[in-house]
Design a protein around this ligand. Structure first.
Ligand SMILES: CC(C)(COP(=O)(O)OP(=O)(O)OC[C@H]1O[C@@H](n2cnc3c(N)ncnc32)[C@H](O)[C@@H]1OP(=O)(O)O)[C@@H](O)C(=O)NCCC(=O)NCCS
Length: 223
């Protein structure tokens, strides 16, 4: 059966992480100077609830508000637990010394609405401004680049890719225009700012929100 594509979408060919992604029990934890980055678990719900009830953190997420109760946190967490690990690569970000969970980050949507995989992250406010997000993104990108890849045809929004046919694999991150902290992290980790646009706010459709899209071109390290 042939389905017509919307006008704003183009089919391109790229080498991308093979779906399904490796399951949680096949993912090794990553360590950096200060962090332990590991697969999320159902038992992370309480620590995530603490993170997701910090207003200063949640105002920058597409949801725009804190979780009303721990059930909402559990529901969110379920998007990243088996069997949903087949299409997400979102991790618990913990302090290496104590194991304390201080953030969550990784690929939470694959494919996202624009067609490419998308990176996102949130950290507890007590740990901002210490280079932790940059340390996380740099380590996580390496793990993303080590995933097995296959050539695939994907439908992506035209303004999220240059050209047609065979293109470089993209990883996208989207921030609010005012979120200079997150933009700083992305630039330091090697992302390129490529598009500024306005769209309806997911958390309040009566409002518009100014967004900036960043892209990164992963280099396959799966040899
Ligand atoms: C945005 C966020 C991830 C930054 O985390 P962080 O650990 O403080 O970031 P880093 O310390 O690694 O900062 C990296 C760079 O970003 C810039 N930066 C960080 N915070 C900044 C701020 N508030 N204003 C301007 N620039 C900032 C700096 O240039 C910094 O580089 P420097 O250390 O050389 O000065 C964190 O504040 C957060 O979790 N915010 C709430 C959730 C969120 O915004 N998520 C991203 C949604 S797109």
């Amino acid at each position: 059966m042939w389905y017509p594509q919307p006008d704003n979408v183009v089919t391109v060919k790229a080498s991308l992480p093979t779906l399904p992604l490796p399951p949680h029990d096949a993912r090794s934890p990553l360590t950096t100077d200060r962090l332990l980055i590991r697969p999320l678990a159902a038992s992370d719900a309480e620590a995530l609830y603490v993170l997701r009830t910090q207003e200063e953190v949640m105002r920058w997420t597409s949801k725009g508000e804190i979780d009303p109760n721990i059930e909402a946190t559990r529901e969110k967490l379920n998007h990243f637990l088996p069997p949903n690990d087949a299409k997400t690569f979102n991790c618990a970000i913990c302090l290496k010394d104590s194991g304390k969970l201080i953030g969550m980050g990784g690929c939470h949507l694959y494919p996202a609405e624009h067609g490419w995989p998308e990176l996102g992250y949130i950290f507890r406010k007590e740990f901002w401004g210490k280079g932790i997000a940059t340390e996380f993104v740099s380590a996580w990108l390496r793990a993303w680049e080590e995933l097995p890849r296959s050539e695939r045809e994907v439908n992506v929004q035209k303004n999220m890719v240059n050209g047609e046919g065979a293109v470089q694999e993209h990883l996208i991150a989207i921030t609010e225009l005012a979120n200079l902290g997150s933009q700083g992290v992305l630039l330091k980790a090697g992302f390129e700012r490529f598009r500024e646009y306005e769209e309806k706010d997911v958390s309040d459709p009566n409002k518009m929100v100014q967004l900036v899209a960043f892209r990164y071109f992963p280099v396959s390290r799966n040899n």
